[in-house]
Design a protein around this ligand. Sequence first.
Ligand SMILES: [Zn+2]
Length: 330
Amino acid sequence: MLPKKNPRSGFFRFLIGFVSQPIFGIGAILLILLLMVWRGLNPLPGTNSIYLATSTLSIVVDYTPLSTPERTEPPAATQTPEPSPDITPSPTNWFGVPFTIGYSVEGRPLEVYQFGNGPKERLIVAGIHGGYEWNTVVLAEELISYIMEDPNVIPPEVTLYILKNMNPDGYAKAWDATGRANANGVDLNRNFDAEWLVDWNRDVCFNRVYVTAGPEPGSEPETQAIMSFITSHEIEAMIIYHSAGLGIFPGGSPPGPKSQMLAYYISGITPYAYPPKDIGCVYSGAMANWAALQGVPSVDIELSTHGDTDLSINSQVLEFFVKPELNLAP
Ligand SMILES: [Zn+2]
């Protein structure tokens, strides 16, 4: 009977036989090379190089770990820049820098330029009739440049605000009668809450393009923005620029005494007519009349034409208008 065969005895015999062979050295070297390749493919985590040593050779395998590229997160839409703590605004940083008081129907900003920081606040508004009276906007830009070239025009007791374009949508639409209304077809100077009417006698008023007064007083965003600005400030006097050729209209219905004095004084230093030309139009919903109801003396000034800015005339109006001692008592 044959002894039970040990299942491992065959392997041991093979191993003993193998190591006793002359090619043992070749087998050992193959084994070391296989180990090196395996370590290279399976590096130790966190190591950049694998140091392999045998009694006969040492190899440093450079290894650059595959890394996930840094993800660049897109900036969040609401991200607010950190304020820089060491920028201290100087008193003149805001001089001539516009701020936005609202937006037009089509989303254009209504920008007010502030000059000076005194307690006596004055306001100039241009562009209420958009592209039809584009020269009033250009005049406002020229007056802004005039002040920036000589900031001393503004006395320290005074703050002057200039809303340079109250109807930017009409201004952007066309520089003719079709640019008079805002983007809703509303004549902004018929939209204020002052003897507002849904319709009026168009035979004797502007009628080159059909415009409305809006569905109700103060319906338009441009109207709302300037109403809010005026009622949240202590405006002592306001000039609203128009064109063309009819003269100076005092605010109020009937005209307020202080508005009349403002018109009277300005007529004394300009060629503009006062009393204005009467074309028979009854101006419902007018901004100057609304301002007078708020106690703000106001005038509409009509430039000579639809194309000239009359800068030399209106720089004189500006210098008069910002006098601290502007006394409009009759
Ligand atoms: Zn006008």
